[in-house]
Structure formats: structure tokens, C-alpha cells
Design a protein around this ligand. Structure first.
Ligand code: FES
Length: 170
């Protein structure tokens, strides 16, 4: 599996938080998966600084820890936005023009095929093959919430709503 690190960290890493997680698991090297899960839950990916710190604290090499992180498909080494928008391009969604929805999302968030995360740290666009909700196609999922029967216009207002929500909670 190829995993590439984005150049930019979207959020500063709080090593005190990582230390608290390490303490919870007693810095036990046999618990590195649980440790990385907790860290990923907070940051939505595994920041390099956190991995370096974990490796040092549990006493394994960084390369070994990277090996574990890349072996398990549910870890991400790429920085992600606050809102991860999954766009389905499975057959049912594709025939209902999910590619137009994807283009609208790229435009509204300032992302694109070569740039999956927005500079403001708010959005990451991911393309998936099926979200298991084909009857509601075309479907996008924002974090864990499914949005059905999307159109380019609905996609644009969704992004505007999320932006507003992010500013309200800032
Ligand atoms: S093809 Fe899009 S949800 Fe199944």
C-alpha cells in the first residue's frame, strides 16, 4: 500500500495529549495500535510528530511504528481537514452524475484531483467506490453523516453550511 505524507500539518500536535494516551496504555509497546487509534481519533490522521513521540516513549523504532501504521488500512498518515467529504463514484452514483457533484465540491472547497485538502484546514475530499447507500445516490458522506440525492447546487450549499458551522464553533 502506498502512503504519502502531505507536506503540511493542518493542526498543531499537542504532545501532552499524546502523553496522556501513552499513560493510559502504560507506554506498552504491545498496545501501539490502540495508542495510534486514540491519536487518530483526535487528529483524524497520525501526525508525524505524534508517531515520533510514541516510538520514543514505547521504545520501538520509528520505522517499525510506520510499518504497523501502514499495514493497517484504517490508519492515515495524511493530514485531513475538519470535514472529510467522501464522494461516491460507485456505479449507482456514477450514473446519477456524481462526477458533477465532485467538481462542485472541488470548486467550493478549493481542492482538486491533485490537492485533496483545502488550505484552510476545513475540508478533505476523498473518492470512494461505494458507500452502501446506492438507493440514495448520488451520495456523499461528511464525516459519518450521509447526504442523499446530491446535486452540484446542494453540494455547494453543503460546503457553505459546513463553513458556517466551523466558524460558529471556532
Ligand atoms: S454506488 Fe454510491 S452508494 Fe453505492
Amino acid at each position: 500500500m502506498k502512503m504519502e505524507r502531505t507536506e503540511k500539518t493542518l493542526e498543531n500536535v499537542n504532545l501532552a495529549f499524546v502523553d496522556a494516551v501513552l499513560d493510559k496504555y502504560g507506554c506498552d509497546k504491545s498496545k501501539v495500535i490502540a495508542i495510534m487509534q486514540d491519536v487518530q481519533e483526535k487528529y483524524r490522521y497520525l501526525p508525524q510528530e505524534a508517531l515520533t513521540h510514541i516510538a520514543k516513549k514505547v521504545g520501538i523504532s520509528e520505522s517499525k511504528l510506520y510499518g504497523v501504521a501502514t499495514f493497517y488500512g484504517n490508519f492515515s498518515l495524511d493530514a485531513k481537514g475538519k470535514y472529510v467529504i467522501k464522494v461516491c463514484r460507485g456505479t449507482a452514483c456514477h450514473v446519477r452524475k456524481s462526477s458533477n457533484v465532485l467538481q462542485a465540491l472541488y470548486e467550493a472547497t478549493g481542492t482538486g484531483e491533485e490537492k485533496s485538502s483545502s488550505d484552510d484546514g476545513l475540508f478533505t475530499i476523498e473518492i470512494v467506490s461505494c458507500l452502501g447507500a446506492c438507493g440514495l445516490s448520488p451520495v456523499v458522506m461528511v464525516n459519518d453523516v450521509v447526504h442523499a440525492a446530491m446535486t452540484p447546487d446542494k453540494a455547494k450549499s453543503l460546503v457553505a453550511d459546513l463553513r458556517e458551522e466551523a466558524h460558529e464553533h471556532a
